[in-house]
Design a protein around this ligand. Structure first.
Ligand SMILES: [Zn+2]
Ligand SMILES: [Zn+2]
Length: 148
């Protein structure tokens, strides 16, 4: 996805002010995520960062750390697994997700704020919401079975 100007600089400033310790590996992973034009899986992130297969656990830990400081959003896939994308600090998005190629399109509206307020009124704390829309993108649209 396209990030606004100064995006990476804002994230780095946010990280600097956070308790998160940055390492060379984390910096590399952040750079790959920032350069990605789509939400990507942890395995794709690891490969693009040139890390060995055994580093997948490290990648997941880094993703969890980025998530905790509020610069990363996890997008659940319909069946299993997640895609990950950087966001402006503490921002959040909803997406259309292609169930075949996992292409994502950001939605520029949030449908959950009212529901979160309602949950708080009911006494829930640490409230958050997830809503993604799954379908086939134009390129992956299944060919209808012929009827002859
Ligand atoms: Zn697709
Ligand atoms: Zn929302």
């Amino acid at each position: 996805m396209k990030h606004g100007p100064g995006f990476l600089r804002r994230l780095l400033e946010h990280l600097e002010a956070s308790p998160l310790r940055m390492t060379r590996k984390r910096e590399r992973l952040l750079g790959v995520l920032a350069a990605a034009d789509q939400a990507i899986s942890a395995a794709v992130l690891r490969d693009r960062a040139g890390l060995p297969p055994s580093d997948l656990v490290t990648v997941y830990r880094t993703l969890e750390a980025f998530e905790r400081v509020g610069i990363l959003q996890r997008i659940p896939l319909e069946e299993s697994g997640h895609l990950f994308e950087l966001t402006e600090p503490h921002d959040h998005h909803h997406h259309f997700v292609c169930r075949e190629c996992h292409r994502t399109e950001r939605l520029d509206l949030c449908l959950g704020k009212e529901l979160e307020a309602r949950a708080r009124k009911l006494g829930f704390t640490e409230v958050r919401h997830v809503m993604e829309v799954y379908g086939f993108c134009e390129a992956c649209r299944p060919v209808p079975a012929s009827v002859d």
